[in-house]
Design a protein around this ligand. Structure first.
Ligand code: ADP
Length: 525
């Protein structure tokens, strides 16, 4: 008996130690005969940390109604189902994982419930943190993989690009060098000579194209490409393109159709002439490049506030999955080294950048084997056409003053531009002087009092046309000075007038406008 007593006491002591020192909340409930739950005992940590269940009280008296309702439902389940229950719940900001253990008496009736609640708030927070970190890692990983893929793609593209470029540059250079050497051969027939010169010219042209493409890309990439608006006679521009591509069409035996826009008689618009020509030439060039037979059609339509241009061909077409790709830099449908078509894959990406700079967009529709149609829009900005006067007054004036030889000073650094001006004045009795920069223009004006008029280029080395005009006007205020430049924005025009210029003409000159302006200052005034 003593032994049994000691053993019982030791066992009791062991459980008491556990009950008192465990970190879990332990509570013992009595299941009363009326099926209510009365708190019999709680361990110290539950009393200290939670204090919700108070010995001697019914559960519903210890807690608010909602919490008590939830707990009592679980206790009832434990009694009715006669099994242990595990559930997880948040109570007053803490999350508990609770085990309910039913205790039976000798008759099998459940008369007690032992509850052990483990506070898992911290673990849960940690788990959530881990889940979140994991998600972040998954995203980061995906980003990294995408970046890696992009880097690899760009690397491949650059390699392909360099190979293409070096091929595209070397081929024409080899021809130029090879055929120029052949030109030196003494016994070469004149027929062959012409053929060689043709090849050299074509190769030079090809070389120029690729170099300007690379430069354009560099300009676009560094954000330096600017829009230079001027008046454009759209119908004239389209006819010029037609004339230019007619030769290609004839050589390739493909018909070229330009459908003039009959509804618009005078399509004088404001836009960037060079960029528009570049884009249309590129699309037309591609259309011919990728078409063996059939036709190439191009034209434009005015659609509300936009002008929509189109270039259609009956060529090889473009597969659906490449239709967006080809607008990317260096992208070509054929990337292999055995490419059948030349080109560096830059044209469309340059065109896209230009069109977007102009305020429009570019797209295409195409079917493999049937052909492609490229479309693009630019804003429809109508310009008032500059009245093109007849030259009559100028000729008349000259006839009326046959003995008045006039002296014109042309300040122009570019030889080709100077030659053009000389040509335009060739049938007149002008005495033509030239200065190749602003400073020289001032010096000539100082030493040559017979000058009647100055044609002043704006962009010149050493000193620009604005400054030269300012200085000349300081000592010759009545000498007419006409500014000339490749383009005139409104601000440039104002600047020209502010510096003292009497008028301006845009390059390339329209002969009649040019002569009529000179006439105004020499004889009409
Ligand atoms: P490039 O012509 O120098 O290769 P582009 O950027 O102008 O460069 O064109 C990119 C690619 O788009 C071409 O290599 C070709 O694969 C495809 N492409 C462009 N225009 C056409 C067209 N009219 N028909 C078929 N494929 C075309």
């Amino acid at each position: 008996l003593m032994k049994a007593k000691i053993k019982a006491e030791l066992s009791e002591e062991k459980y008491k130690q556990l009950f008192d020192n465990t970190l879990d909340h332990i509570f013992i409930l009595e299941v009363t005969s009326d099926k209510r739950f009365k708190v019999l005992e709680v361990n110290p940590i539950q009393a200290k940390e939670s204090g919700m269940l108070i010995p001697g009280y019914y559960v519903e008296d210890c807690l608010d109604q909602e919490t008590a309702g939830i707990l009592i439902r679980n206790y009832r389940r434990c009694v009715e189902e006669r099994t242990a229950l595990i559930y997880e719940r948040e109570f007053y900001g803490q999350i508990f994982l609770t085990h309910l253990l039913p205790v039976r008496d000798n008759n099998g009736t459940i008369y007690r419930i032992i509850g052990i609640a483990h506070n898992i708030t911290k673990e849960r927070a940690l788990t959530e943190e881990l889940v979140q970190k994991n998600e972040t890692l998954i995203h980061l990983n995906a980003d990294l993989l995408a970046a890696k893929k992009r880097a690899e793609e760009s690397d491949q593209l650059k390699t392909a690009f360099l190979q293409n470029i070096s091929h595209e540059i070397r081929t024409p250079i080899n021809s130029i060098i090879g055929f120029s050497n052949l030109l030196n051969e003494p016994d070469i027939s004149s027929e062959k000579r012409t053929g060689f010169i043709d090849i050299i010219q074509n190769s030079s042209h090809q070389l120029l194209t690729i170099i300007s493409d690379i430069l354009s890309i560099a300009f676009i990439e560094t954000g330096q490409e600017k829009i230079i608006e001027s008046e454009i006679d759209l119908n004239e521009l389209m006819s010029q393109l037609y004339d230019r591509f007619l030769q290609t069409a004839n050589t390739k035996q493909i018909s070229l159709r330009y459908v003039p826009n009959k509804t618009v008689k005078e399509a004088i618009i404001l836009s960037d002439r060079n960029k528009l020509i570049d884009v249309l030439s590129n699309l037309l060039g591609n259309a011919f490049k990728f078409t063996k037979d059939g036709y190439v059609t191009f034209g434009y339509l005015i659609k509300n506030k936009d002008i929509e241009f189109y270039v259609e061909d009956t060529g090889i077409g473009i597969a659906a999955d490449m239709q967006e790709e080809i607008f990317k830099r260096f992208r070509q449908v054929e990337q292999s080294s055995s490419r059948a078509y030349g080109g560096a894959g830059l044209g469309l990406s340059i065109s896209k950048s230009y069109i977007e700079l102009l305020g429009g967009h570019i797209w295409l529709s195409s079917e493999l084997g049937k052909g492609s149609s490229f479309y693009f829009t630019i804003p429809y900005k109508k310009a008032m056409p500059e009245a093109i006067p007849e030259t009559m007054p100028f000729q008349l004036a000259q006839e009326q003053h046959p003995n008045e030889a006039k002296t014109i000073l042309v300040a122009e650094d570019e030889d080709s531009n100077f030659l053009l001006i000389k040509e335009l004045l060739s049938n007149t009795s002008f005495n033509i002087l030239r200065a190749i920069n602003g400073q020289e223009a001032i010096d000539v004006c100082k030493t040559t009092p017979s000058i009647d008029i100055v044609l002043m280029d704006i962009k010149m080395p050493v000193m620009d046309g604005y400054e030269a005009t300012r200085q000349i006007k300081a000592f010759l205020p009545n000498l007419p000075i006409i500014a000339q430049t490749a383009y005139f924005l409104e601000s440039d025009k104002n600047k020209a007038f502010e510096s003292g210029c009497n008028d301006f003409v845009s390059k390339p000159f329209n002969k009649n406008i040019f002569l009529s302006k000179i006439n105004t200052y020499l004889w009409s005034a």
